[in-house]
Design a protein around this ligand. Structure first.
Ligand SMILES: Cc1cc2nc3c(=O)[nH]c(=O)nc-3n(C[C@H](O)[C@H](O)[C@H](O)COP(=O)(O)OP(=O)(O)OC[C@H]3O[C@@H](n4cnc5c(N)ncnc54)[C@H](O)[C@@H]3O)c2cc1C
Length: 437
């Protein structure tokens, strides 16, 4: 490997790392993008809904290029499940699935294809992509990071700044002294996912879609069997991505396996017919960092920045992670560009990165939901109690049995207060409000 010194080394060619590399390479910086996989995306797992605005911020008008979009999301459904039933909420408007400039708001992807394409944009801009290369450690000189040690022969690489974007199990975050301890089990979700092949026409008729259009379904309640988390079902061009993720701390407590949960989800009476006749093409498991703002590492140091999952940048409530990763990667890139202009790569200048994140939706959203991870860990019962209450209330209102509606409302209230005393109800509502306000 080269002994030349680069402006920046980016570790990890996922959404965060590729966005950082594209941004810096476009500005003429010399950038190396290290990826441990055989190619970018080879081992990466996501639901996966990508968000167009954050892609367009680094690759303008990407939708006019050959980007591997599966389907543009025109409808989003939330299903509150009991063992047999579903209360469904949804939003559909195909015309509003695009921003005014034609950029798709959200679209599904398969990461093996998407990451390869996205990292190729970094190469096109001038970055050097080095796949099949693990960054094993950072190199310290006095009190600053000056490079990374790779697993290759003569594998030390030097740069003014290292951008750590190595994902959820970021080992480098600790080596770079940005995090003092490993991520705790209650700050991680474990998700399992299958990709199930189906002909496009069948997907379109089952989900009421035109060619190219897609649907997302998030499932709460019984599908997670009393644990905090949710299931998902997304349409790709000729496959469905179906999966479920719950907190690792809850899996440890209940001793359930994620595989059991996925089978339970696939057998749910509302899900099974959507999968009928499909062939399992892929099975994958991956962790999601769900600790939120309070569990984030330090974001910068002398000669180092950290972005994406490695920095706990996931907004679980809105199933957003890839967009936070891309935005943070871009802002890390812009910070390095400014540091180069000033000729100062110390923490004093790189602190600009955190300031940029605070001005953006990335930290503003994570701060807004800072109490949610603690609530999700402490109160998995909310995921069990309320779906049943909602389901029973809707069932009562929709059952036409000659009872006047006012009497039905009274019956619903009596049933709710039988299962949850008014004070408990108030406390639950207050806790939920405080976590999401
Ligand atoms: C099942 C599941 C469903 C999800 N669904 C969604 C969704 O629908 N929408 C959404 O926005 N987000 C979703 N997410 C979250 C999203 O996938 C992440 O937030 C996003 O991928 C973070 O990007 P990243 O670049 O930070 O990390 P990653 O995508 O994990 O990329 C890290 C990269 O670094 C490489 N790497 C790791 N260590 C090293 C090393 N030492 N040396 C070299 N390379 C290394 C890895 O191979 C990888 O390519 C989901 C996650 C999961 C697991």
């Amino acid at each position: 490997m080269s002994t030349e010194k680069f402006d920046a080394i980016v570790v990890g060619a996922g959404p965060a790392g590729a966005a950082a590399a594209i941004t810096m390479a476009q500005a003429g910086l010399s950038v190396v993008l290290l990826e441990r996989g055989e190619y970018p995306g080879a081992k990466n797992v996501m639901g996966g809904v990508m968000y167009g605005r954050m892609v367009a911020d680094v690759v303008p008008e990407f939708w006019k290029l050959d980007a591997p979009l599966e389907r543009v999301v025109v409808e989003e459904r939330v299903w509150i499940t009991t063992e047999e039933g579903v209360v469904s909420l949804g939003y559909r408007n195909p015309r509003q699935a695009y921003h005014p400039d034609g950029c798709p708001n959200a679209f599904t992807v398969l990461r093996a294809r998407w990451d390869r394409w996205f990292a190729a944009r970094a190469e096109e801009a001038g970055a050097i992509l080095v796949p099949q290369t693990v960054a094993e450690d950072v190199i310290w000189q006095d009190d600053r990071i000056v490079g990374v040690r790779t697993g290759r022969e003569e594998g030390d690489l030097y740069a003014d700044v290292v951008v750590i974007a190595d994902g959820v199990n970021s080992f480098l975050a600790q080596r770079a002294r940005l995090r003092d301890h490993p991520v705790a089990p209650h700050h991680l979700a474990l998700a399992v996912k299958e990709v199930i092949g189906l002909p496009p026409e069948i997907i379109e008729s089952r989900f009421n879609l035109e060619p190219g259009q897609g649907v997302t379904i998030e499932l709460y309640g019984a599908v997670t069997d009393g644990m905090s988390g949710y299931g998902f079902l997304y349409t790709n061009r000729d496959s469905l991505s179906v999966g479920v993720g719950v907190l690792v701390s809850h899996l440890m407590r209940t001793r359930r396996t994620p595989y059991e949960l996925l089978e339970r989800l696939k057998q749910h009476p509302a899900v099974r017919p959507l999968l009928t006749g499909g062939e399992v093409l892929e099975y994958a498991a991956h962790a999601i960092p769900e600790g939120g703002y309070e569990a984030m590492p330090r974001l910068f140091g002398n000669g180092v920045l950290i972005a994406g999952d490695a920095a706990m940048m996931v907004n679980g409530l809105h199933r957003e992670g890839s967009n936070l990763a891309m935005a943070a990667g871009r802002l890390a890139g812009e910070t390095v560009i400014e540091a180069k202009r000033r000729g100062d790569f110390s923490a004093r200048t790189l602190a600009l990165y955190e300031a940029k994140l605070r001005e953006s939706f990335v930290l503003q959203d994570l701060v807004k939901y800072r109490h949610l991870p603690e609530l999700a860990d402490r109160r998995p019962d909310l995921f069990r109690i309320y779906p049943h209450l909602v389901h029973d209330a809707v069932h009562e209102m929709l059952t036409v049995d000659g009872l006047p509606k006012r009497a039905k409302q009274r019956r619903i209230w009596q049933e709710i207060t039988r299962r949850r005393r008014p004070l408990q109800l108030l406390r639950d509502l207050y806790e939920i409000w405080r976590a999401v306000r």
